[in-house]
Design a protein around this ligand. Sequence first.
Ligand SMILES: [Zn+2]
Length: 246
Amino acid sequence: MNTIKVHCNSCNRDTDHNIVKEHLVIYEDKKYNTDWGDRYQIISCLGCKTVSFRQDSWYSEALDEGDGDDGVASGTFYPPRNINEHERMLEYHLLPQDLKRIYCETVDALNNRLPTISAIGLRTIVEAICLEQKTKMPNKNDLEEGIYGLADKEYLSKKQADILHKCRLMGNDAAHEIVAPDTDHLDAAIEIVEILLKAIYVIPTLAERIPNRSNNNNNNNNNNNKKRNRNRNRNRKKNRNNNPIS
Ligand SMILES: [Zn+2]
């Protein structure tokens, strides 16, 4: 029986799965004797029999199959695996449209154990923020200045900027050197990216919804004054009626 180790949502742990059915799409380069392609699998947990779907890609010259150190198979799953699920921040719908899309894709990549795509996503978010906040020039490749510029604007602490700088490096490595970033670094990076998104896009929008206190006080004062005037007029009228001038 052909099996792979995959996280099972029902058993809530990594279990061996039987590959019930597999479909391969293969591409070949005869000149260099290499091949690559996509692998589609229907898999069934050997513990609870739950059936799910896995898709991944391979390349014959790759050093390994891309599975994690723990022997757990990587790829895209349906339904998505709920292991270490990073939930989207509550207010993500308040983000500008493009950032919202990249942010959601990045969280999905993290939850689907796609570290390289996650790192590129995180780097893209940081770069978009730096460009929008004008802490980075569009024609400059180096993000370092942009990230510390965000700290200068007090959207981040210096310490958070240092960690984000590591995230930038991960993004560069992932994009240009095909190095899979460390999961702990990705977890730290997404937390800081969310702090940044909240500080720049979410909190100001929420703050606009809080009624202005000084205006409120003025309105209250005006209302109290009007009430006082009405009472005074009513009393005057009453006094006039009680003491008619003869
Ligand atoms: Zn199971």
